[in-house]
Design a protein around this ligand. Structure first.
Ligand SMILES: *Cc1c(COP(=O)(O)O)cnc(C)c1O
Length: 391
């Protein structure tokens, strides 16, 4: 065999930052080995089951041999029509299901591939800090250059686009946004989206809005779609997912919709990468989108009760956190003298509760940890009791 002097990882992969929390994982495993009952509030993965009628639709669809064959590349006509009908009903946004809707194998898949469809080497993508890590990593993998846009607490974790230097804005081809936001749980209103459309038009930037949490909202709040902003369809696509709304993270079904050229570019790329989501899963997705809304409301009510349980207890204990209007995350300021990793270690060592260090979402996140309330109530209550007593 020829001698190998090259490194195994491509330069492209080597650019992706190493996993940050190996040490935290190791400590967690060590505690568990010693028999400690560790409770994780680290992952955003609903414990509540998928609505029954959706599971039934999958059963039925799986019995139909027509679903056993390769799916159409862009998604089934039925699923795309259901997405368009849902957007019309929920947001009053009219979409052409053929040209403006593309099914994805989960929205993460589409978000991760979009930069491959749109970026040339050295093109800039504006990424929120803190933000869902996929935006930055996908940009790096596509040889693009991520430029951080800071989300500051005093601005409600909305970016100040006037802070983006003009030369950077000119080189930018993409702007990633996500409201309701993971990890900060911040929300954005229509006025902010209109401002973003103006910025995108001025610099010829494609806006990528990740709306995974549009249905996980409380106290009667209804998060908007970016596509409701006037002119949005000229500059933007919106990613969406069945994962959070219908507690379907394991099913892997999402979609992107909006600007037809962007949707078409990603569709072209994807015909060369994958062969689509299982047709039976798409039929189940159709059942979810066209089906009764009560199962979603029921789940949101459960999340809201948990939110109040955790926020009330932690605020009373002097923790610094807001009561979020949406998502199932709490973005908690770490006490003075800690950074996010050290505070997460402290919480793990003293309370046997796992929380996510905010630095995993970007440098601004280092003053925070993220707690999720996708854990069933007795366990959540136990976790909160431990956190309250923490010192
Ligand atoms: C959960 C999540 C996703 C991914 O959802 P999938 O459709 O399951 O891939 C995308 N964006 C954000 C911000 C998320 O929190």
């Amino acid at each position: 065999m020829a001698q190998r002097t090259r490194t195994l990882e491509s330069a492209r992969l080597a650019r992706v930052p190493a996993y940050l929390f190996a040490d935290l994982d190791r400590r967690t495993e060590e505690l568990q080995r010693r028999g400690v009952d560790v409770i994780s509030l680290a992952v955003g993965d609903p414990d509540l089951p998928t609505p029954e009628h959706v599971v039934q639709a999958l059963h039925q669809a799986a019995e139909d041999p027509a679903t056993h064959r390769y799916p159409p590349y862009a998604g089934t006509a039925g699923f795309r029509a259901a997405v368009a009908a849902w957007y019309a009903r929920r947001f009053g946004v009219r979409l052409d299901p053929q040209a403006q809707v593309l099914a994805l194998i989960g929205s993460k898949e589409g978000l991760a591939h979009l930069p491959w469809a749109l970026l040339d080497p050295w093109d800039v993508a504006l990424v929120p800090d803190p933000g869902y890590p996929v935006y930055r990593v996908a940009t790096l993998l596509a040889d693009g250059v991520p430029h951080d846009v800071r989300l500051r607490p005093e601005a409600g974790f909305l970016p100040d686009l006037s802070e983006v230097p003009t030369d950077v804005a000119r080189r930018a081809k993409l702007l990633f946004l996500n409201y309701p936001n993971n990890p900060t749980a911040a929300t954005a209103d229509a006025g902010f989206f209109e401002e973003v459309v103006r910025f995108a038009r001025e610099f010829g930037i494609v806006v990528v809005h990740d709306n995974s949490y549009s249905e996980i909202a409380y106290d009667g709040y209804r998060p908007p779609s970016f596509l409701q902003a006037p002119g949005a369809l000229e500059v933007a696509v919106e990613f969406h997912s069945l994962s959070k709304t219908y507690c379907m993270t394991g099913w892997r079904l999402g979609w992107v919709c909006g600007n037809a050229d962007v949707v078409g570019a990603l569709a072209k790329l994807k015909t060369n990468l994958d062969s689509g989501a299982f047709v039976a899963v798409q039929r189940a997705g159709e059942a979810a989108l066209r089906g009764p809304e009560e199962p979603v409301r029921e789940r949101v009510r459960a999340f809201q009760a948990r939110r109040d349980l955790v926020v009330d207890a932690l605020q009373a204990a002097g923790w610094k956190l807001a009561r979020p209007r949406a998502t199932f995350y709490l973005w908690v300021e770490v006490p003075d003298g800690f950074d996010s990793v050290r505070f997460a270690q402290h919480v793990l060592d003293r309370a046997a509760v796992v929380v996510t260090p905010g630095v995993g979402y970007g440098s601004v996140g280092d003053r925070y940890v993220r707690l999720s309330f996708t854990t069933a109530e007795p366990r959540l209550r136990e976790a909160v009791d431990r956190l309250r007593r923490l010192r």
